[in-house]
Design a protein around this ligand. Structure first.
Ligand SMILES: NC(=O)c1ccc[n+]([C@@H]2O[C@H](COP(=O)([O-])OP(=O)(O)OC[C@H]3O[C@@H](n4cnc5c(N)ncnc54)[C@H](O)[C@@H]3O)[C@@H](O)[C@H]2O)c1
Length: 455
């Protein structure tokens, strides 16, 4: 018989070992499960993190793109600007600088390296005309009406603020008068305060319906003071008077440019000016509307010529009025025929009754500008119309713009221009004074610039 004592001890020893083994196993199982949970939680967390990250990425990606776009617009390429030393760099104010002529003048003065402030109330001007300068350190755009006084420091003032086309200046004749009178007084007051030189953008309309032909600066004019155009014509006449009163009484340096009809890119296409009207009508296949018999004459200059003339006059010592215009004179009917031909349009020419106080003849005598400023227009009428036509087509998304581009890129433009010139000479029976080669080069430059978005 086995005594109970050793047996019990044996059993207890075995149980203890089992217990230890079991406890060991339980501990290992516990450690494994804790580790497993830990790994699981980590992978869950990692998954979660990835999801959150991808959501953040989704939300941030468009913002990142926007920032890139903004950066691009901040580091936008401006047209090339010359460097001018402190001594030569001027602070220049252009009133009406967001308009047709003013925006081209802004381009010229900015590219020459000056500091330009444009003041405009955007009645007929557009921010778009000067937007390629916004953000440039030499450029400032102020939304301001010249009928209110302005307090800034400048060396030169080009005073262009005023509606220029008949529908625009007749729209609110009282405002036109205020802009040309109170607005001019305000700018002369500013010139006096800061010792700046002021150039007034006057007009050939001061000659009214002229009795002398061509008009030179000594002619006093033939204006109807109570007609529908009087708010503009008389407004400009009194603006000239104000300039010379400030010059005599206060010693303000003034320059007066009598500007004749001008056209080019950025002019308002629908404001009733004859050339743009004809181009639009021809492109749309509508009748070309001629008021009266079409024998009244006009002479047009291209805007780049005018801008060069304005700058030359401002920097000259000529304080008396100077005509700036192109003396190449044509009848309205000739313009209609040329544009019809150029656009290749089947439109008819329609004669309507004559407009009131429409001047019968308009041609500048530019001998004074030639002699004293060494200035004369260089862009011929034919090229002006081709260029404007290209621009209108481009703005309208018209196929014919592509055609001109194609002709230029394939070197066929010369041929086409020559043919058109011959046809037109034959058609109208008068001499066109232009050089085709020079015209093509100018046109190529213009199209290049248009492509770069500067025009
Ligand atoms: N384009 C021409 O054929 C021509 C001919 C003769 C004279 N001019 C003169 O040249 C100047 C410019 O003419 P444009 O053809 O560029 O005309 P536009 O209408 O394109 O430009 C005139 C500018 O003056 C601004 N303006 C008008 N009233 C203003 C006011 N009260 N305060 C501030 N800004 C104001 C307009 O918003 C516009 O930007 C005008 O003074 C015009 O009389 C032009």
């Amino acid at each position: 018989m086995v005594s109970k004592g050793p047996l019990l001890r044996l059993l207890t020893a075995i149980n203890r070992r089992r217990m230890k083994l079991l406890m060991g196993l339980a501990f290992v199982a516990y450690v494994v499960s804790v580790w497993g949970n830990f790994v699981n939680m980590r992978s869950l967390q990692e998954n979660g993190d990835q999801k959150v990250e991808s959501r953040i990425e989704e939300a941030v990606a468009p913002l990142r793109e926007k920032i890139k776009d903004l950066e691009k617009s901040f580091t936008q390429k401006y047209p090339p600007v010359k460097f001018l030393s402190e001594k030569d760099r001027k602070r220049i104010l252009i009133t009406g600088g967001a308009g047709f002529v003013g925006s081209h003048l802004t381009d010229k003065l900015m590219m020459d390296g000056h500091e330009v402030t444009v003041v405009d109330n955007f009645f007929t001007g557009r921010k778009r005309n000067v937007e390629h300068w916004i953000g440039h350190e030499n450029f400032e755009l102020i939304n301001h009406d010249v009928v209110e006084p302005l307090y800034i420091e400048v060396d030169q003032i080009y005073h262009l603020a005023s509606p220029a086309s008949p529908p625009n200046y007749m729209y609110n004749p009282i405002k036109t008068l205020k802009t040309n009178t109170i607005g001019t007084l305000n700018m002369l007051g500013l010139a006096k305060r800061v010792g700046a030189r002021l150039l007034l953008a006057s007009t050939s309309e001061v000659y009214g319906d002229p009795e002398v032909h061509p008009q030179n600066e000594d002619y006093w004019g033939h204006v109807n003071p109570i007609g529908p155009r009087a708010c503009y014509d008389e407004g400009k006449r009194v603006a000239e008077t104000m300039c010379y009163a400030y010059m005599k009484q206060e010693g303000v340096e003034v320059r007066v440019a009598r500007i004749f009809n001008t056209f080019g890119p950025r002019m308002h296409m629908n404001d009733g000016r004859v050339v743009s009207n004809f181009i639009l009508q021809a492109l749309q296949g509508e009748p070309l509307t001629v008021y009266g018999p079409g024998t009244q004459t006009r002479a047009f200059q291209y805007v780049s010529d005018l801008v060069n003339g304005l700058v030359a006059l401002m920097n000259s010592n000529v304080s008396s009025p100077v005509n700036l215009g192109n003396p190449e004179e044509h009848t309205i009917l000739e313009f209609a025929q040329l544009i019809k031909k150029l656009v290749g349009s089947g439109s008819e020419i329609q004669f309507l009754s004559e407009a009131q106080d429409d001047p019968q003849k308009r041609k500048p005598d530019i001998r004074k500008a030639k002699l004293l400023l060494g200035w004369e227009p260089v862009v011929s009428l034919f090229v002006q119309i081709v260029q404007l036509n290209a621009k209108v087509c481009e703005e309208m998304g018209h196929r014919r713009f592509e055609n001109w581009n194609f002709l230029l890129s394939s070197g066929q433009a010369d041929k086409k221009l020559n043919v058109l010139e011959k046809e037109f000479r034959f058609l109208s029976g008068f001499e066109l004074s232009f050089k085709v080669e020079r015209g093509v080069i100018a046109l190529e430059n213009r199209l290049q610039r248009a492509k770069q978005g500067f025009d």
